[in-house]
Design a protein around this ligand. Sequence first.
Ligand code: ADP
Ligand code: MG
Length: 288
Amino acid sequence: AVPLVVAISTSVSAKHGLLIRNRTAFENSRKLTTIIFDKTGTLTKGAFGVTRYESVTDSLEANELLRLAASLESVSEHPIAAGIVRKAKELELKLSEPQGFENITGRGIKANLEGKEFSIVSPGSLKKEGIDQPEGAFRTEDETVVFVLSEGKLIGYIALADEIREESKEAIQTLKKQGLKVLMATGDNEKVAKAVSETLELDGYFAEVLPEDKQKIIKDLQGKGEFVAMTGDGVNDAPALAQADVGIAVGSGTDVAAETADIILVNSNPKDIASLILFGTATYRKMM
Ligand code: ADP
Ligand code: MG
């Protein structure tokens, strides 16, 4: 039978837009020692605006670079893609339809356009390809930069900025007061990760993290005796959500993330996550 307190809490929680899929995991909230937040869309708004874009090819105008990138991104659901497409539409650039679109999980996208193969990738991916970053790509610490390649050759870059949510700082202070270590794991670059971490006074961060690394990070912490909660929103977060002692899928997210999570939050607001953990702690204390 479901204990009464839990039954009541579960119905109360439904009203707050949270769905508990795994009660044992929810009960585990009181044992947590560490929480790892994803950055984009959780600690930050996930609403990217293009700040700069530059071609590194003489024969290619900057606006043409943006038009190509926006065309490629027009079928992606990533917040970075939305920012690039929005900018191109503001400038009334005429987009064309990409063929054979593919997500390179946690790294970027790949597709064919107007007879050529293109990709748009993270700094970590560019490094892996053995391509140097063009000078000036990174200027300010709060810009996320993606690189555009045509036939494997770098043709330009696009810088975007996201904003930290107002609620993040308070939520993190609440969790720290509960004695939790608060960390962040992101696929974004080191500079952005460091800036967000400092602003929010996090206990630490992992930058340029590939999807498979998130799971390993959690496993390593668990190996050291930590009890770990992790938030995530994407398909690529599913293995990490499954590995965590408490896996929290946030936002509208993807079905894959939701299926492997213990708890689903409709809003990706970090304040709700803090309440959820306090709530889990209180619920099970009442039973003992
Ligand atoms: P996060 O951990 O911040 O949620 P993701 O794992 O979603 O980041 O993506 C990691 C990185 O991969 C992004 O910072 C970006 O550099 C790159 N990336 C992912 N999807 C796209 C896309 N549609 N267009 C361009 N770059 C992308
Ligand atoms: Mg993500």
